[in-house]
Design a protein around this ligand. Structure first.
Ligand SMILES: Nc1ncnc2c1ncn2[C@@H]1O[C@H](COP(=O)(O)OP(=O)(O)OP(=O)(O)O)[C@@H](O)[C@H]1O
Ligand SMILES: [Mg+2]
Length: 438
């Protein structure tokens, strides 16, 4: 039987949701599907950036919903823009429904509801009087939350709001009110719901809803991927592209990814490019050490700028204080195996070196270092209750540039040096060599 040909960039997808290598997330699948199928249930999906929230949702929505609309939030976006975005997408739904059904000769009426066309013409009037370029559209008074709910409900869609944590804090409570309205409409429109996604540590950082809504909102935490899950991505990709990764490289990919599917996809894609595999190979190709080395090097080069700017954010001190907390924390964490430690172990280590180092505020400082405004150089591992570097390459950077960063009086990071990086990574890996199984 001839093997189907797949494009490599459709198999390994570091910057878009995975389809061909999609791995079921057993720990969250059932909870998510149950919430999706429960009328009136609103959903908040949260977890680190890159753990697979969008991918999981897209794959599950394909199985449970006829269609959905997705609004992507950006920093500083106002809530009215979100409403406008949802409304605009309904426009294309009603139009495409109409033509599609006409083409295949169905007689069902799919004219947009009158309310919809009325609101649309109100938008047009405003647009003409305000000029084309106005960023925040004026929402016509008819487009109330219940009306938006009804219009989305009529279309049998659900509404996904990506990256809701980026919305200004002052605007967030509107979504909580809108969720309440959507719940109340669920008798008439059982599939109507909002799914808010945020790269945060808790659901409440995505949206702070009223306590009375507690039982009607499902909070779904997407954890870091397990080693087996990451490995399954590689194995699926191998079969699709007709290539073979020696077991050692699979284990190295798992180790480098540290639970982050995005890193695994990047490394695999780089490996394929190095081996010149742009689509399914006609006869099986074995991945070599040279391919792995080149892949890692380009990953480091691609990430250098990001890492430097993350460290800059982390080390930047707004106010001078007795201790440069961030430097002290990062430096202490460097010495733990895998750059990973429990909060109290880390504090003890710091206090051995700085006996006056305060206990108060330590937890908040650690948590802050896992937020985007502080460069997100750390992450909290829910399974083990420990903090670690966001990705082993951050650990390598900290080790490679230790002197320059920690012993300088400056508050900034320094330009990453690829060779120093590679040496540090090699050293890290040799200390923690993955077992060569099978
Ligand atoms: N279940 C999965 N199986 C295979 N690959 C996955 C899976 N989940 C995610 N990925 C891959 O991991 C990467 C990150 O996934 P995704 O964009 O879904 O993460 P995210 O949590 O939505 O991140 P962010 O918060 O930054 O938007 C993508 O390259 C995606 O292809
Ligand atoms: Mg996402």
């Amino acid at each position: 039987m001839r093997q189907e040909i797949h494009q490599t960039n459709e198999v390994f997808t570091p910057s878009k949701p995975a389809k061909k290598t999609f791995i079921e997330r057993e720990t969250v699948r059932e909870k998510l599907v149950r919430a999706l199928m429960t009328p009136g249930k609103q959903i908040v999906v949260f977890g680190h950036s890159g753990v697979g929230k969008s991918t999981l949702l897209q794959n599950k929505l394909l199985q449970t919903y006829e269609h959905h609309i997705t609004t992507r939030c950006m920093r500083g976006m106002k809530f009215d823009q979100i409403i406008f975005d949802a409304f605009s997408q309904l426009d294309s739904y009603y139009i495409s429904e109409k033509t599609q059904k006409n083409e295949i000769g169905f007689k069902i009426s799919v004219e947009p509801p009158k309310l919809f066309t009325d609101i649309k013409s109100q938008f047009e009037i405003h647009r003409k009087s305000e000029g084309q370029n106005k960023l925040t559209p004026i929402i016509p008074p008819q487009l109330t939350p219940p009306t938006l709910g009804k219009l989305i409900g009529e279309s049998n869609a659900c509404w996904v709001i990506e990256d809701f944590h980026k919305i200004e804090d002052g605007e967030k409570h509107y979504l909580s009110q809108l969720m309440k309205v959507f719940m109340d409409l669920s008798d008439d429109y059982p599939s109507l719901k909002i799914i808010a996604i945020g790269a945060t540590n808790t659901a409440r950082q995505v949206i702070d809803y009223d306590p009375e809504m507690k039982h009607r909102v499902s909070e779904i935490h997407v954890p870091l991927m397990t080693a087996e899950e990451i490995k399954s991505i590689v194995v699926k990709g191998e079969a699709l592209l007709n290539i073979g990764f020696p077991e050692l490289f699979k284990n190295l990919i798992v180790q480098h990814s540290a639970g982050m599917a995005s890193v695994a996809h990047t490394l695999c894609l780089n490996i394929c490019y190095s081996a010149n595999v742009l689509e399914t190979a006609p006869s099986s190709i074995k991945i070599t050490k040279k391919n792995w080395d080149e892949a890692l090097l380009s990953y480091i080069e691609e990430s250098s700028d990001n890492i430097q700017s993350s460290f800059e954010k982390a080390l930047n001190q707004k106010r001078k204080s007795k201790f440069h907390h961030e430097k002290i924390i990062i430096q202490a964490l460097c010495d733990f195996k895998n750059g990973e430690a429990g909060r109290l172990d880390l504090l003890q280590k710091i206090q051995r070196e700085f006996p006056e180092y305060p206990n108060t505020g330590f937890k908040q400082r650690l948590e802050k270092l896992s937020l985007p405004e502080k460069g997100r150089i750390l992450k909290f591992n829910e399974n083990s209750g420990t903090f670690s570097f966001y990705d082993p390459i951050y650990h390598a950077y900290a080790l490679a540039h230790r002197r320059a960063i920690f012993e300088s009086k400056e508050n900034s990071s320094i330009s990453p040096e690829v060779t120093a990086f590679l040496e540090a990574l090699e050293e890290l890996l040799s200390k923690n060599k993955p077992a060569e199984v099978e």
